[in-house]
Design a binder for this molecule. Structure first.
Ligand SMILES: Nc1nc2c(ncn2[C@@H]2O[C@H](COP(=O)(O)OP(=O)(O)OP(=O)(O)O)[C@@H](O)[C@H]2O)c(=O)[nH]1
Ligand SMILES: [Mg+2]
Length: 494
C-alpha cells in the first residue's frame, strides 16, 4: 500500500521513492491510450537498442580478454647475456625493425674492435714496464710461487704499436657518434677493463665501459642515415654512408693489416696468455673476423649484432604479440635491465606483476671477477643473485627460467685446461669436462631453489649460448610455451 502526502510517495515500510529518476521515468499522470501505446513502442525500441549496445560491449570485453599481456623480466649480472636474449626476441618477432638498426650496430662493432686492440696495446705497455723490474703479478694469492714471465717484445712489435695509435681517434669519433653531445645520462666514455685477469692484477685496471642508457635513443645518432633506407635487410646497408671521409671505418680499414699482424703474432699471444687475457671469451670479440669487419663496405650480420657488446644502463622493453593454437593472442612485454651492481636497485619496481623471469648466469665466468668489484668472483655473484631472486616473496608466484649461459666459452675454457676445481673448491677433483661441471652447477642452482623458495616451484633450467640464434630460438619457444601454460593453468590469462 502506498500513501500519498504533500506530493510525496511513502511506502508502508516508511521509505520514500521520490527518486528523481523514477519520477522522470513515470508515465504522465493523464496519459491517453494512444499516448501509452506510443510510449510503450518507444520503450521497446530503446530496450532493443540498449540490448544491442550491451551485446557489442560484451563482445569487445571478450576480445580484450583474449589479448592478455605476459610480462617477462631478464635478470642477471652484467655481461650475463640479458640484452643478447632481448635481441633474440627482437630478431624472432620483429626481424625487419631489428635489421634496420644495422648502421648503429656497425659503430658498436667498430668500437668493440678498437677495445680489443687497446687491451693488447695495454698488455704490451705492462710488459714493457715490468720487463726489467721484479714482477708483482700472481695468478691467485695462493700461487705466489709461480711468477709469470713476460716474453720479450721486439722493435717490430713497438712499430706496430705506434702504427696503431690512430685507433685512439677512431675510438673518440665513435664515442662522439654513440653519445649525444651534452648528454649527462651517458656516464661512461671509456672502454671496458679486463676481468679475466688474476685477482691481484685486476684491481689496477679502470672498470669503465661504454654504456648506453636505453631511455636515451642512442640509435637516433644514425637516424638520418636509417630514415633514408627502406625496411628490408638488403636496403638497410644503404643506410650507411660509405663515402663519408670521416667514417671511422676508413681508419679501421687502413689499420686492418697491422691489427691482423698484432693479433696473429705468437709473442703477443704468449703475452696475453701470461696475463691471462682471453680476448676471445670477452663480449664484442671480432678479431678473428678482421678481414670482413674492417672492409670498407662492412654491414653487420645478425650474428655480429648478437655478438656486439654495449652495456645497458636503463631499462629496455620489447613488445610482441603471439598467437596460440586456439587463436587466442597474447601481448608479450620483455624487459631488459642493467646488471651492474650499481644498477640492481632499479630491478625491484619490476618485481611486482611479472609473470616470468629469465635469469641468466654466465657459467663460463667461474675464473673471473666482477668489473665493478674485483673482490667478488663472477660465479659466486650469480649464485648470490639467484638466491636473492628465488627467495624474494614478491616473486613467489613468478615463473623462474634459469639460463646457464655462455656454455660455448665454458667448453673452450675447460678444453684449454682452465681447471674448474681450482676456482670452485667444493667441486674437488671431479673431471674437468663440460658434462660434469654443468651437471654440478645445475644441481647447485636447483638446490638453492629448493632450499630458498618461499614455496615449492619447478626448476626450469637450460644450458645456453644465447649468441647462437638457432638454439636460442628453440629454447625461447620452449620457455614461451611453459610460461603460457603455467599462466593459463593459474588462470592469470583467462
Ligand atoms: N660467446 C658468447 N658470448 C655471449 C653469450 N651470451 C652473451 N654473450 C656476449 O657477451 C656480451 C655481453 O652480453 P650482454 O647481453 O650485453 O650482457 P648483459 O647481461 O645485457 O649486460 P649488462 O647490460 O651490462 O647488464 C655480448 O657481447 C654478448 O654478445 C654466449 O652465450 N656466448
Ligand atoms: Mg644489457
Amino acid at each position: 500500500m502506498v500513501l500519498q502526502s504533500k506530493g510525496r510517495r511513502y511506502s508502508e515500510a516508511g521509505g520514500h521513492d521520490d527518486d528523481p529518476l523514477t519520477r522522470a521515468m513515470a508515465p504522465p499522470p493523464n496519459e491517453t491510450e494512444a499516448e501509452r501505446t506510443a510510449r510503450l513502442a518507444a520503450e521497446r525500441e530503446a530496450q532493443l537498442r540498449s540490448d544491442a549496445i550491451d551485446e557489442e560491449l560484451n563482445r569487445q570485453r571478450a576480445n580484450e580478454k583474449k589479448t592478455k599481456c605476459v610480462r617477462v623480466l631478464l635478470l642477471g649480472q652484467s655481461e650475463s647475456g640479458k640484452s643478447t636474449t632481448l635481441k633474440n626476441f627482437q630478431l624472432y618477432h620483429s626481424p625487419k625493425a631489428f635489421r634496420t638498426e644495422r648502421a648503429s650496430w656497425r659503430a658498436v662493432v667498430q668500437l668493440n674492435i678498437v677495445r680489443s686492440i687497446r687491451l693488447i696495446l695495454d698488455a704490451m705497455v705492462e710488459a714493457q714496464t715490468y720487463s726489467s723490474s721484479p714482477i708483482s703479478i700472481t695468478p691467485r694469492s695462493s700461487d705466489t710461487a709461480s711468477t709469470p714471465k713476460y716474453p720479450t717484445l721486439t722493435a717490430e712489435h713497438l712499430k706496430l704499436k705506434m702504427r696503431l695509435s690512430p685507433l685512439q681517434q677512431v675510438e673518440e669519433a665513435l664515442l662522439r657518434k654513440l653519445t649525444p653531445v651534452g648528454s649527462m645520462e651517458f656516464e661512461a666514455t671509456h672502454l671496458s677493463s679486463v676481468t679475466n685477469l688474476p685477482y691481484s692484477v685486476r684491481s689496477t685496471h679502470s672498470p669503465i665501459e661504454l654504456a648506453v642508457n636505453s631511455s636515451t635513443p642512442w640509435k637516433t645518432a644514425f637516424n638520418r642515415l636509417i630514415a633514408s633506407a627502406t625496411r628490408s635487410s638488403f636496403e638497410s646497408s644503404r643506410a650507411i654512408d660509405f663515402d663519408d671521409p670521416n667514417d671511422p671505418g676508413v681508419i679501421l680499414h687502413a689499420c686492418a693489416d697491422d691489427m691482423r699482424a698484432l693479433w696473429s703474432d705468437p709473442i703477443i699471444r704468449e703475452l696475453l696468455s701470461v696475463q691471462r687475457i682471453r680476448l676471445q671469451d670477452m663480449g664484442g670479440f671480432f678479431l678473428d673476423s678482421l678481414d670482413r669487419v674492417t672492409s670498407l663496405k662492412y654491414v653487420p650480420t645478425d650474428d655480429d649484432i648478437l655478438r656486439a657488446r654495449i652495456k645497458t644502463l636503463g631499462v629496455s622493453e620489447h613488445r610482441f604479440t603471439l598467437k596460440s593454437g586456439n587463436l587466442v593472442s597474447h601481448d608479450w612485454r620483455v624487459f631488459d635491465v642493467g646488471g651492474a651492481r650499481s644498477l640492481r636497485a632499479a630491478w625491484a619496481p619490476y618485481f611486482d606483476n611479472m609473470d616470468a623471469i629469465i635469469f641468466l648466469a654466465p657459467i663460463s665466468c667461474f675464473d673471473q671477477v666482477l668489473t665493478e668489484d674485483p673482490s667478488i668472483n663472477r660465479l659466486e655473484d650469480s649464485i648470490f643473485l639467484w638466491k636473492a631472486v628465488v627467495s624474494n616473496r614478491l616473486l613467489k608466484n613468478t615463473e623462474l627460467m634459469l639460463f646457464l649461459n655462455k656454455i660455448d666459452i665454458l667448453k673452450a675454457k675447460l678444453a684449454a685446461g682452465v681447471a674448474f676445481g681450482h676456482y670452485v673448491v667444493s667441486y674437488g677433483d671431479r673431471p674437468n669436462d663440460f658434462e660434469s661441471t654443468s651437471k654440478y652447477l645445475m644441481k647447485k642452482f636447483a638446490g638453492i631453489l629448493k632450499q630458498s623458495s618461499p614455496q615449492p616451484r619447478p626448476f626450469y633450467c637450460h644450458l645456453t649460448t644465447v649468441t647462437d640464434v638457432k638454439s636460442t630460438h628453440h629454447i625461447l619457444n620452449n620457455v614461451k610455451d611453459v610460461i603460457l601454460r603455467q599462466n593459463l593453468l593459474e588462470g592469470n590469462l583467462l
